[in-house]
Design a protein around this ligand. Structure first.
Ligand code: RIB
Ligand code: CA
Length: 305
């Protein structure tokens, strides 16, 4: 029994690896890829999704471009992490095809309707497309959302907020208030599972080379910023949680998004101990079997070899 998923992403090095993992997971059926502005501008994140699919010969996988800016906030890209192209490191050719003519939100709605809602939506970028989907197509709700974003503890854009939520806090607030079964894979989990040189050494084939080249660039930021010798593959953890739910421990808690404060813009406030008695609306990732996740990622990436 495979799980149908839709990947809404902003490639981005870790999004690219998450996409590869999704396609190497027999437990999952990737129904399509939608893109959003985030790590880089929409044109670049869209091109990058197609470039990765071109690299593995998967021009059968639909790619639809979505929002080129947050609902309200200004565009802010993470070129300091992912480079000017959004996928600096490897020398990938330009995209061999254009994205679908269908807007990402329309693609998501149509695909979800076609599956009668039996789809897990995996957002790994800002939640703009997801908020638009809920607003424009209230009848086309996925049965589950497993998103990479947020943090119980410190953020990575500010001390308060993680990038995907910080970029578009208004979109995130709508998603977390939607009543849909949501799982939040945040920094508390992804920062515990760093892809280290010993993992890179185990990678095989041309996809292994591609991932090593991606990490050679992406790792620079984590070395300089955190002093780490490895990198968190944030978005791949969200994908792995769908195929292997036991890897990440979650707690069902109330989560609210700060859209008011400038200082704490985009903070995911998690009522972890129930002190606020907020209605639980999210399965919050609190721990991970890092070795099992990293071994799974190496094993699955090597299936392309
Ligand atoms: O904070 C990490 C998240 O922001 C990841 O999804 C990364 O790709 C960026 O989108
Ligand atoms: Ca991302």
């Amino acid at each position: 029994m495979t799980t149908p998923i839709l990947l809404d992403c902003d490639p981005g090095h870790d999004d690219a690896i998450a996409l590869l993992l999704a396609l190497a997971s027999p437990e999952l059926e990737l129904l399509g890829v939608t893109t959003v502005a985030g790590n880089q501008t929409l044109d670049k994140t869209t091109a990058n999704a197609i470039r990765v699919l071109d690299f593995i010969g998967r021009n059968d996988v639909a790619v639809a471009a979505g929002a080129d800016r947050p609902l309200l906030r200004d565009v802010y890209v993470a070129a300091h992490v992912h480079g000017e192209s959004g996928l600096d490191g490897p020398d990938l050719p330009p995209p061999q095809r254009a994205p679908s003519s269908e807007h990402a939100v329309e693609f998501l709605a149509r695909t979800i309707r076609e599956r009668a809602g039996a789809v897990t939506l995996v957002p790994t970028g800002p939640l703009t497309n997801v908020a638009l989907l809920l607003a424009l197509h209230p009848d086309a709700r996925p049965e589950r959302i497993v998103l990479m974003g947020g943090a119980v503890a410190e953020g990575n854009v500010t001390p308060a907020a993680e990038f995907n939520i910080w970029c578009d806090p208004e979109a995130a607030a709508r998603v977390f208030a939607s009543g849909i079964d949501i799982t939040m894979i945040g920094l508390d989990v992804t920062h515990k599972a760093l892809f280290m040189p010993e993992h890179e050494a185990r990678l095989e084939g041309k996809v292994g080379e591609l991932v090593r080249s991606l990490l050679s660039f992406y790792g620079n930021f984590h070395k300089q910023q955190y002093g780490w010798d490895g990198s968190p593959i944030h978005d791949a953890v969200a994908v792995a949680h769908v195929s292997h739910p036991d890897l990440v421990e979650t707690k069902n808690r109330g989560v609210k998004i700060d859209t008011e404060s400038e200082l704490s813009r985009g903070r995911t406030l998690v009522d972890l101990w129930g002190r606020a008695q907020w209605e639980p609306n999210c399965h919050v990732g609190v721990d991970i079997d890092a070795d099992a996740f990293l071994d799974l990622l190496v094993e699955r990436l090597n299936t392309f070899a």
